[in-house]
Design a protein around this ligand. Sequence first.
Ligand code: NDP
Ligand code: 8X3
Length: 252
Amino acid sequence: MQKRIVLITGATSGIGEATALLLAENNFKLILCGRRNDRLEALKKKLASTTEVHTLAFDVRDRNAVQQAISSLPAEWKQVDVLVNSAGNAHGLDPIQSGNVDDWDAMIDINVKGLLYVCHEVVPAMAERKSGHIINIGSIAGKEVYPNGNVYSASKFAVDALSRGMRIDLNASGVKVTSINPGMVETEFSLVRFKGDAQRAAQTYKGLEPLTGHDIADIILFTITRPAHVMLADLTVFPTAQASSMHVKRDA
Ligand code: NDP
Ligand code: 8X3
């Protein structure tokens, strides 16, 4: 069977990178995206003996760069069968009254507008072909709010709304839309949220066994290998130690 092509944003780290590693071993061709080109090239080299990889380095905030990168795909890479929208982060963890506007811009521009820019370049061809699968990485923060999560939550509530809206708009075309909403996954996420403060980032996962990027990759693999008539619509995934954003069992 011909290998399906998967375009992964946020492939330089965390959930996106783990997804690239797992899908490479499972008969998919990969278009890997992120800003850090050195990481993309290293991943391409690592996977060279496993599958075909094409890399695209761009910032999802830059609408023209997104358009140019995706339209630059060679003919044999143009049919994207699966789009995994993983690029995104939290920036800061502050009460609304002392929030940093640059952080707010980053979260809205990357998590919401960036996801939309990528979809704008990829989804029309899926709808036209009447086949394809979009996986949006949302968050438990897109289902419930927690103290100081304000704008990050708003950006992920937007992703939740977009996933639901996409599912309705694309219903007639048969394009599948899946929203995967993780709880705590140990990646570079907290390092980015806390602006490189590794000690503070490590506190987030102290006393519990968090999810790994591979755990989410495994769920993505399961999701995109269901039969044509089966669409997993919306999944929330916690580490066993977590029951909600605010309920986490930690060992002393
Ligand atoms: P990481 O920080 O490990 O990965 C984030 C990825 O997003 C990187 O590959 C980064 O690549 C990419 N990215 C960030 N900003 C941009 C940008 N402006 N343009 C292009 N790419 C960008 O975090 P995770 O893997 O954990 O995060 C992946 C997704 O999962 C995010 O949407 C996050 O909100 C969500 N999530 C994470 C959870 C967690 O606990 N970790 C829980 C729930 C959801 P580069 O820097 O090279 O551009
Ligand atoms: C990441 C999970 O709980 O830090 O989306 O918001 S949380």
